[in-house]
Structures are given as C-alpha cells and as structure tokens.
Design a protein around this ligand. Structure first.
Ligand code: ZN
Length: 259
C-alpha cells in the first residue's frame, strides 16, 4: 500500500505547489509556497498538519506565499539551497547537493540542479517523487536565467539517473506548449503524439498533467534525449553542435524560445 499521498495545488496563473502526506498520519510537507490561499485551503480541506516546506528556488512565483504560511504555521521548518538561507529570512535549513534528511517523516534527498537559477534544487522524496521546480517540466525544461546549456545538461543528467517510475512533479503547467514544440520537431514520433493527445484530454477535462513519469519523459521530452539520433539530426540541421550534449540542449532551448 502506498505510504504517501500527493495533492497537486494549482496556484497563480499556471504554477503548482504540492502537499505530500503520509498515509498513516496527518503530517504533510509543502513543496513551494507559490500562493498562500490555495495552499491553506488544500491543507484545511484535507485536515493536514504541515511540518515542513521545501523550496525549489527563489523566484517570486514560488515563494510568494512563504511569509504568510510561516506566520500561520510557525512551527514548520523551511528547507532550500544553502545560498538562500542568508537571503530569505523564513528559510531554516540549507541542503547540500546529495544531502539526505528525514523531513516530516519522509526521506528527502536534495539534488542541486543549477541553470534556471544557479541555486535551484530538485527534491527526490520517497516514494519516488521528484519535485523538479522550474528545471525539468513535463515535455520540456526551464529557461536558462542564470546557467548555461552545459549546466542544464549536468542537472538533467542527475535526473535521468533516477528510477524510471519516478513521478515528476514540476513547477508549472507548461506541458501542452512543451509537447507542441516537441511534436513540431518530430511530427512522426508516436510517443510524443500520444503524450500530446493525453495532455490535451486531461486539460480539456479540467485536470492537471502532473505528475508525469520519468519513463514517459525519457521517450518524449527533447531535453532528456540529447543522444537520440533523430533529434540530433534535427538540431544539427540548425547548428554544428559536435554532438556536445550541453550545446544540443542550448540549441533546443533557443528553438523553444522562438517557438
Ligand atoms: Zn522560476
């Protein structure tokens, strides 16, 4: 039986916060403090007691509700990248890359994934959830605000090493746009076509496309397929990449920006 239960909380225009609770208790951890009211409502309607909050990065659409959440639940502990501890007063603990902690009764591993910002963390939590913030999206990846294609390659390399049944819980509902871009690159890729159809059906029925699975991402997301011969052919038509994965990923991101 599943030990954990995930609640997806749509916030702001297209953000996601999450609650992860233990099936055996009312304790939960919050992932990203996107917006106070919907997070508070989700906690109360599920009769949960938040004990901790994990912050993937410092952008305002991920921390906007942080001060009010900490005011309402003063006992919760907030975890983020060590470099943010000095910058954001509500953060209690920094987590180093690869650090493993028991938080709110759950095993949490911090995976530093710099690029979108240089202090991004993706949190890998039992039972196989990856809270990837704005690093890995379903069907795509985040913008490179502070890092390079090589940084994103190194970050995503850590993600693809996780178990393939890992559930991907990302920071935004960007799936349709991402898969439309992927489909435009590879119109004959049936995995992408299927994922785009599934996405459209979910959205049409008012549902979220999260969580996805790493297994599906590995066959659909262009940013995880830097070795795929079909994709390389397309990218190399645009730029001499020398098959350097960082350059392939950079080129894909530039093409997505212009899409
Ligand atoms: Zn962001």
């Amino acid at each position: 039986m599943a030990k954990t239960s995930l609640k997806v909380i749509p916030c702001l225009k297209d953000n996601y916060s999450y609650l992860l609770s233990q099936a055996s208790s009312k304790k939960c951890i919050i992932v990203d403090a996107c917006e106070f009211s919907p997070i508070k409502a989700a906690i109360e309607s599920n009769f949960l007691e938040p004990t901790a909050l994990l912050l993937t990065h410092r952008h305002s659409d991920h921390i906007g509700g942080l001060a009010q959440i900490k005011d309402l639940y003063p006992s919760i502990k907030v975890f983020a990248h060590p470099a943010l501890v000095e910058q954001i007063p509500q953060i209690d603990f920094g987590m180093n890359d690869g650090e493993n902690r028991q938080i709110g009764g759950l095993n949490v591993v911090s995976i530093h994934t710099p690029c979108h910002t240089i202090v991004d963390i993706s949190f890998y939590v039992e039972e196989k959830y990856l809270f990837s913030g704005d690093t890995l999206f379903i069907g795509g990846c985040g913008r490179f605000f502070e890092g390079t294609g090589e940084d994103m390659f190194q970050s995503l390399s850590k993600v693809v090493a996780l178990p393939t049944d890992t559930k991907i819980c990302c920071g935004h509902e960007y799936t349709k746009s991402n898969l439309e871009f992927a489909h435009s690159l590879e119109p004959n890729n049936l995995n992408i076509k299927q994922a785009l159809d599934d996405c459209k059906n979910l959205l049409k029925n008012g549902k979220s496309t999260v969580p996805g699975t790493l297994k599906t991402e590995l066959t659909t997301n262009p940013f995880l397929r830097w070795n795929d011969p079909n994709l390389l052919k397309i990218v190399e038509g645009n730029l001499e990449t020398n098959r350097d994965p960082g350059k392939v990923i950079s080129m894909l991101r530039e093409m997505k920006n212009a899409f």
